[in-house]
Design a binder for this molecule. Structure first.
Ligand SMILES: N[C@@H](CCC(=O)N[C@@H](CS)C(=O)NCC(=O)O)C(=O)O
Length: 216
């Protein structure tokens, strides 16, 4: 398997965590999103993903984009350990949680959106405030959801004592939030999961700082 990745991409970070949880061997092809006009826009990469976004997983002659679709693919390719909780309610809740991050927080703060705000028609907007606003709005909802699900503080991950797709999505989004100085003390349950995950090898090895394309 080949993963087209950028060290700081939170969508690629999700997939790196999932690959590590499943202990699947893969190699990384770095795509630098800022250098030389953004390598995601180069014609060779455009052929791999016409959306010009990372991550892309290449396997068995198929180029798969969209981190959630990639994680579903990995689940089918190698079902254990599963990225989903066994309990049906928690399984649905973990999918809901992941979609709240991937559909309703991350896309508003993506590089191309921020570039449009900075250089496009909306240049008067304070981009940091924009990022913080959408993350805070999303995290408030996630904190409310997860603190009611995690009654009596059960489990070290989002849903129990095993890492799931929800943790794959949450950890990169908090990493991103911290880059933008979001005050995580407002989200104690999310923050506790984050601190726990950071210490786990599968998460640690997927972190931006551990990537070969991380700048010296
Ligand atoms: N929904 C996509 C989002 C992918 C995405 O937005 N990737 C970002 C990096 S996190 C990217 O490649 N941005 C390049 C750009 O904005 O030009 C997924 O989950 O894979």
């Amino acid at each position: 398997m080949i993963l087209y990745s950028y060290f700081r991409s939170s969508a690629a970070y999700r997939v790196r965590i999932a690959l590590n949880i499943k202990d699947i061997n893969y190699s990384i092809k770095p795509i630098h999103l800022l250098r030389s006009g953004g390598e995601q826009h180069h014609p060779e990469f455009h052929k791999i993903n016409p959306q010009n976004l990372v991550p892309v997983l290449t396997h068995n002659n198929q180029n798969i984009s969209q981190s959630l679709a990639i994680m579903e693919y990995l689940e089918t390719y190698q079902p254990t350990p599963s990225l989903f909780p066994e309990n049906t309610n928690n399984k649905t809740a973990s999918q809901e949680f992941s979609l709240m991050i991937c559909c309703d927080i991350h896309p508003l703060n993506n590089l191309r959106v921020l570039n449009y705000l900075k250089h496009g028609k909306a240049s008067e907007i304070d981009v940091t405030q924009w990022v913080q606003h959408w993350i805070n709005e999303g995290f408030s909802a996630l904190e409310t959801k997860i603190s009611s699900t995690k009654s009596n503080d059960e489990g070290r991950y989002c849903f129990g004592d095993t890492a799931t797709i929800a943790d794959c999505c949450l950890i990169p989004q908090i990493y991103n939030a911290l880059r933008y100085d979001v005050d995580m003390s407002k989200y104690p349950t999310l923050n506790k999961v984050y601190q726990h995950c950071l210490a786990q090898p599968d998460f640690h090895q997927a972190a931006p700082e551990q990537q070969t394309d991380y700048p010296d």
